[in-house]
Design a protein around this ligand. Sequence first.
Ligand code: 4AD
Ligand code: MG
Length: 483
Amino acid sequence: MYRLKSENIKQLLKTVDVDKDINVRGWVKTKRSSKNVVFIALNDGTTIHNLQIVVDPGKVDESILDNIHTGASLSVVGKLIKSKGSGQSVEVMAEKIEILGKSNPDEYPLQPKKHSLEFLREKAHLRFRTTTFGAITRIRHAMIFAIHKFFNDKGFYNIHTPIITGSDAEGAGEMFRVTTLDLKNPPLDQEGNIDFRKDFFAKETNLTVSGQLEAELAALALSNVYTFGPTFRAENSNTSRHLAEFWMVEPEMAFYDIHDDMDLAEEMLKYLIRYAFDFCMEDLEFLNKRFMDEEKNKKQEDRASMNLLERLQFVLENSFERITYNEAFEILKNSKPNKKKKFRFLIEEWGSDLQSEHERYLVEKHFIKPVMVTDYPKEIKAFYMKQNDDGKTVRALDVLFPQIGEIIGGSQREENYDKLYRRLKELNLPEKELWWYLETRKFGTVVHSGFGLGFERMMLFLTGMGNIRDVIPFPRTPQSAEF
Ligand code: 4AD
Ligand code: MG
């Protein structure tokens, strides 16, 4: 059976020199039988397209043909020929078929029909085999690769920042505790509190919420670095845009101010979209059709004004709007939905954080393009952000996207030791957890900036999917860590 080296379906479908013997393996998507011929659609995940296997029922054992069902794995030897039917350029005339793994049609959950995304989340061990998740998984890979390529081509160095961290200073979210203490019988100190000196690291440790603070240390030596790792946040926010475990791309650049930071963010986002157009078009076209089908089910007034491909093209072709929080605040305060009390959170007092409804109003209704908002009130942003001379705002940066809201959060960092130290004290942050961070401002401090892109938020934007649980293979959300 394996005289021939097996070839993958992506390569086979591109083959021009037909009439050769091949061996191909994959999983059955569908089987259609008539008296004289059986058609099997075979897929091996290398491409969105199936390879059509044509079987003369007289040539293949009946017991084998009877056992070919959706989900079964096959090895097929046959001749690759020009297709007689429309819809594919080549197909395979089967000579020999071996069933590698049977699939009981009464038990296999993935029938050849459209399943709901909710149903597929419960079948995350098998959903890779659906056309939708095949497409998303291939795009996800392409984007991971493109991110490394983008930064490598620009001379950035990749830094592995720690996943277990001893500092809780970032304040980006609730953390997950890491401990080896016996939870039934933890050691106590004299005051009766858990004695973490007896824990594995002899201190309290958690899963990281961001690699930024450590990336800054590297940037202050290597100039341009980035970290791209998993981050963990234990907020109990069960939304379509939040995960408890997600991946973040965090570049950090010495000698960059907030304007350089914005330029890089815009360049990177556009590069990723262009890369997807160049290398993932077949998968994107499928997702675009899917997106348009979903839109048809919505009420007229809720439908998007552009389809997925148009929206990606639109972001690529337009420069992002750059405004300050003050400007955003004025626009929102005087906006129709605010005056008519349509926002869930009304914009009244300067200083309140922008909610996702406000972000989307700015992007989708007011500017009708991506928006970068800078200079937020210092109270709603992290301690490390560069303080402006007004004493009220910091050099924060949020990039807001259609459909998504916040896709990037970043800032210019406070490089002045005294100002940073004062802010730390104002916020009551523990100096002894951050001594190493402070020291970089003592020894050769420089202006520097960075940002964090939520990788799954980018995937939501690129795929047009509505729920973040569907753009990561194994989502972690409150009450849910199956698989
Ligand atoms: O705005 P955030 O909290 O920024 C930081 O963590 C900074 N330390 C980044 C930096 O400057 N290096 O998070 C960055 C991005 C958000 O804009 C959002 O896209 C994404 O991470 N994000 C989440 N994505 C999925 N699930 C969650 N729970 C997320 N929280 C933030
Ligand atoms: Mg943020």
